[in-house]
Design a protein around this ligand. Sequence first.
Ligand SMILES: NC(=O)c1ccc[n+]([C@@H]2O[C@H](COP(=O)([O-])OP(=O)(O)OC[C@H]3O[C@@H](n4cnc5c(N)ncnc54)[C@H](O)[C@@H]3O)[C@@H](O)[C@H]2O)c1
Length: 433
Amino acid sequence: MASNVRHRRNSTVLNPRSYLTEDLWEQAPILTGTTHFDPRDDARNILVTGGAGFIACWFVRHLTLTYPDHYNIVSFDKLDYCATLNNTRVLDGRANFTFEQGDITSPSDVRRVLRKHQIDTVFHFAAQSHVDLSFGNSYQFTNTNVYGTHVLLERAREHGISRFIHISTDEVYGDVPIGAADLSETSILAPTNPYSASKAAAEMMVSAYRASFKLPLITVRANNVYGPHQFPEKIIPKFIMLLQRRRKLLVHGDGSPTRRYLYAGDIVDALDTIFHKGHVGQIYNIATTDEISNTDICHKLLDLFKLPHATQADLEKSVQYTEDRPFNDQRYATDGTKLAALGWQPKTGFDDGLRRTVEWYRRFGEVWWGDISRVLTSFPVVEGTEIWTKEEHEARASDDEVLLGDDSATGGTTWTKKASEHLQEADEGFHKQ
Ligand SMILES: NC(=O)c1ccc[n+]([C@@H]2O[C@H](COP(=O)([O-])OP(=O)(O)OC[C@H]3O[C@@H](n4cnc5c(N)ncnc54)[C@H](O)[C@@H]3O)[C@@H](O)[C@H]2O)c1
């Protein structure tokens, strides 16, 4: 197998460009959705942002392989830490598939790809997508999710397109109390963490471009998606890989928050349905009723791994409760009636989807992305494609800190060296005035 990881002192640098060996590669199943519609007359060249990531790679495979004579698919991805070209490797050599490395926050990258491929349709998935990271690295979330979406909208407006489908999340609605009715597309947005706030802010830009420039936009808000190809920072693949390594499951807080889960193949079918039958200017929830708590996920996975979990003592052998996120919504709950009217229903129940997911990770989880050891720790820290454990990163940060005295402008606050230098420059500037 090609080496797809470099080790630095106390960190892992993942390489999203490295490939699995042929013998391993040929064993990988080709996973797509199941729908097939009459192709649209106004769509030919489709840009999919974030195409080397989880959900978009499923969608890219589906469109490329289901509509080979109708749609040309351009996967546009920066190749961030969670991406891998293994996700679309099966498409290399297909006449209607192209990969373009580029950054949605770069107006010139986006203009280049829109012009080069004469794009008429955009599916916008690219994002910083991991809530846990958004508590520590929130500027990156605003930059990618809000500014990046703005760049795409602006460039799409200049270029002219026939359809722009923006992928958002049920998290924009915020916490839905137990017993409250499921939320429809007209409910107010009340995000509670930097990730969901950045996704809600991106939706505001989408809404503005729809009103101001009549850009033909559709927004979708999906439940939690799971399945093969998901980077193992998210709960389901992370827990599978921990069990495979015979390690304890690291559950944040008390494990009681629930999420509704949507199998990757089902969201692909939903997006294909919205593309071919949905209406411009509309918002669609993509919703299931499979509501599962984090503790339930532990039980179901321990069952699949044939590990005992019936008693508290059994559970404690396999589960370790850790500190919680700074804030954690108890549940999300959205109503999918509007999309059901277009003919979509989820086909894969949670237990079936989980079993398929476990099978895939047992075969490919250890090799697909490179060394994921640090990804599997509690609250790892990511910068670019480099990953530390929380403890390693804290030790590194404390090396870089100086404590200014009580008589300084900081009142004894701890500042990084860079921040102290900025403060000093500002202070000198002030005294020169
Ligand atoms: N995973 C879920 O459960 C879920 C649920 C609802 C909505 N969503 C939304 O769906 C979309 C895809 O989510 P995912 O879980 O597949 O994400 P992911 O993290 O697996 O993939 C994101 C992809 O975007 C790329 N990317 C990041 N920044 C970029 C940039 N500046 N320019 C170009 N590419 C960039 C990354 O390299 C990666 O390939 C996101 O918009 C997310 O908010 C996800």
